[in-house]
Design a binder for this molecule. Sequence first.
Ligand code: SF4
Ligand code: SF4
Length: 245
Amino acid sequence: MPSWIGQAAHRGILTSRYPRAPATEAEVPMTARAPGPPAAGPLPAAAISVCPVGAIGERAVDQGRCIRCARCLAHGLQPVGPVELTVARAEALVAPPGARDPPAPAPPLASLGRSIHVFLVDVGSCNACNLEVLGIANPLYDAARLGIFFTNSPRHADVLLVVGVPTEEMVEPLRRAYEAMPAPKSVIAIGACPISGGAFRGNPGLRPSLDGLVPVDRFVPGCPPAPIQILDALLTVSGRNRREG
Ligand code: SF4
Ligand code: SF4
């Protein structure tokens, strides 16, 4: 026991200081960083042609569609980081680097000002996003310190986290989970799959996004996103994000 105490004293506190302090470089890894142009101007045609998901347009990279494969980095683009950790509108993900998400209406849960319970639905993921969602509960992020808890029932949930590209088989279970949640409630789309279909876009038996299935309050780009982005989205929809004032 004494050696444990000594080690802890030596290491100090490892838990993230977010949101009391901004996210650190280490907390926003490569999978959370979309590529962008080093300078203003048209994007290189070579980069546009190598992108496997058509995320690169002539003027901007669609961060909601980008799967962070890094192919375009050899053709003039560079990792520039997310537009924002999370955004309220998917359109804001197709914006030049450094652009800000325009102000959004107050989130539905903002008036509660209390802890929130979170229900996760996987509508067709590769499991990587699931691991990042679970990461918010580990000691590095410690979502419980912020009053964020997982629940096994949508009837007890304030926030629905959706991971994966919507498969036809999961459309109805997703709707039922959303309808079972008491109001007020929020939905967060985690990763490229529920935002744009990600790497699986266009495959048979898949919906291209959550559009028309459930109303999404917060979009978390990445493939997979980092836990710090998921925390940002949860704090934002519950009206407790320092950035949101
Ligand atoms: S999907 Fe790959 S090639 Fe396309 S923009 Fe993203 S990192 Fe670049
Ligand atoms: S967004 Fe990427 S990491 Fe997440 S489920 Fe889809 S393919 Fe997997």
